[in-house]
Design a protein around this ligand. Structure first.
Ligand SMILES: *Cc1c(COP(=O)(O)O)cnc(C)c1O
Length: 394
């Protein structure tokens, strides 16, 4: 694999395109090959060479290297079969009978995994408002209770879009002797690089913005700490949550256009957020780019953009929110996020969703379509929803 010239740090947009290419030998392919082999020729005592594809396989390397460069990790990343595969491996870094501090609005499956781990291993879970730095810091070492060995950060959170002060939280975790892990799925390394802000590990659902086409499920963990990487690699090998070569190749292919996609999706999201805030059939719009967002100034200071997710609460409540999802044509009514296509979902339709997420909240993942088409479709669906509810109430 060729590494980009080191004299000058390349911009993320360039890294996404140039990272992980094969060496430029005469007649060499410009894309890394997909190697389909579960095992490797070997005799005698195994050394550093490839041995068996659950331990390591060369189709992972271009993506692992490119993600590491994007997140400014000093070591290659580790790809997993899904974001949850990576998260499961990371949660096992928590010490038995210690505490795990986690955002109360973390990704739903993360919360489930944290609680299951607590039941299994006697860890204590402390759920916090991750935007409230004082509250999070106080939860690391409360008097008379187990100290935290792991601080889990998600920023912005899913789906409430709370923005954490990552540098302050990472520093507090270090001082308290806890590992700081940041789920950077929503922001992407184009918008926020938590390892440069003091985090120990960054985790991604590559499924979302990084792969970007809703055609692959994949995860990754990035760290500059050799011992942490060794433990995560060992967990991946034993747990077996490894991605297939095709999925890994697809994710790298999707990553090539990350900068263009993020740029367009963010611009669309901000424009739609501004227009929706004025819409008569809308009660509330949440987006870190709006001055009305409680952490707008923090987001402006810490992030290179505001992401492309927004929340929308129609004036007519949960019934109106459901009606909106039935009346869109361009927007896709579906869970997940970060694809080229715009999608939306009423989160509380999922029985397991956290009860502090409002019943009527729609999570919108803004894609790269023409913004006027997105606006016309949503505006029409909001009006149809409002009209149909009025008809019912008459
Ligand atoms: C989707 C998601 C995950 C889980 O990733 P999978 O690839 O679906 O396993 C974790 N964190 C966040 C913020 C997500 O959006």
């Amino acid at each position: 694999m060729s590494t980009p010239p080191r004299s000058r740090r390349l911009a993320p947009a360039t890294v996404a395109v140039a990272g992980g290419r094969p060496p430029r030998d005469q007649g060499a392919p410009v894309n890394p090959p997909v190697v389909l082999s579960s095992t490797y020729t070997s005799t005698g005592e195994p050394g550093e060479d490839l041995l068996y594809a659950r331990y390591d396989t060369e189709t992972w390397w271009p993506l692992e290297q490119t993600l590491a460069t994007l997140e400014q990790a000093e070591l290659p990343g580790l790809v997993f079969s899904s974001g949850m595969g990576a998260i499961d491996a990371l949660l096992r870094l928590a010490e038995p009978r210690s505490a795990i501090v986690v955002p109360r609005h973390a990704y739903l499956a993360t919360l489930t995994a944290v609680r299951e781990q607590a039941d299994r291993e006697g860890t204590v879970v402390r759920e916090v408002d991750i935007a409230d730095t004082e509250q999070v810091v106080a939860a690391l070492r409360p008097a008379g209770e187990p100290a935290a060995s792991l601080l889990w950060v998600e920023s912005p959170t899913n789906p409430m879009l709370e923005v954490a002060d990552v540098p302050a939280l990472a520093a507090a975790a270090r001082e308290a002797g806890a590992l700081c892990v940041v789920d950077n799925t929503f922001a992407t390394p184009l918008v926020q690089r938590p390892l440069t802000q003091g985090a120990d590990v960054v985790v991604h659902s590559v499924t979302k913005h990084l792969a970007g086409h809703s055609d692959v499920v994949l995860g990754a963990a990035l760290t500059s700490d050799p011992e942490l990487r060794r433990r995560l690699h060992a967990r991946r090998t034993t747990g077996g949550a490894i991605p297939g070569p095709f999925e890994t190749w697809l994710a790298l292919r999707g990553l090539r256009t990350l900068a263009l996609r993020v740029e367009r999706a963010q611009a669309n999201a901000l424009e739609l957020a501004r227009r929706l805030a004025e819409h008569p059939a809308v009660a509330h719009v949440g987006h870190p780019g709006l001055p009305t967002h409680p952490q707008h100034e923090r987001a402006a200071a810490l992030m290179d953009g505001f992401g492309s997710i927004l929340t929308l609460r129609p004036a007519g409540g949960a019934a109106a929110a459901d009606a909106v999802t039935r009346n869109v044509d361009v927007w896709l009514p579906a869970t997940s996020l970060g694809g080229v296509e715009s999608s939306l979902e009423r989160r509380r339709r999922l029985a397991a969703e956290v009860p502090t997420v409002p019943e009527d909240l729609l999570r919108l993942s803004v894609g790269i379509e023409d913004v006027e088409d997105l606006w016309a479709d949503l505006d029409g669906a909001l009006e149809t929803a409002a009209r149909s509810l009025q008809a019912v109430s008459r």
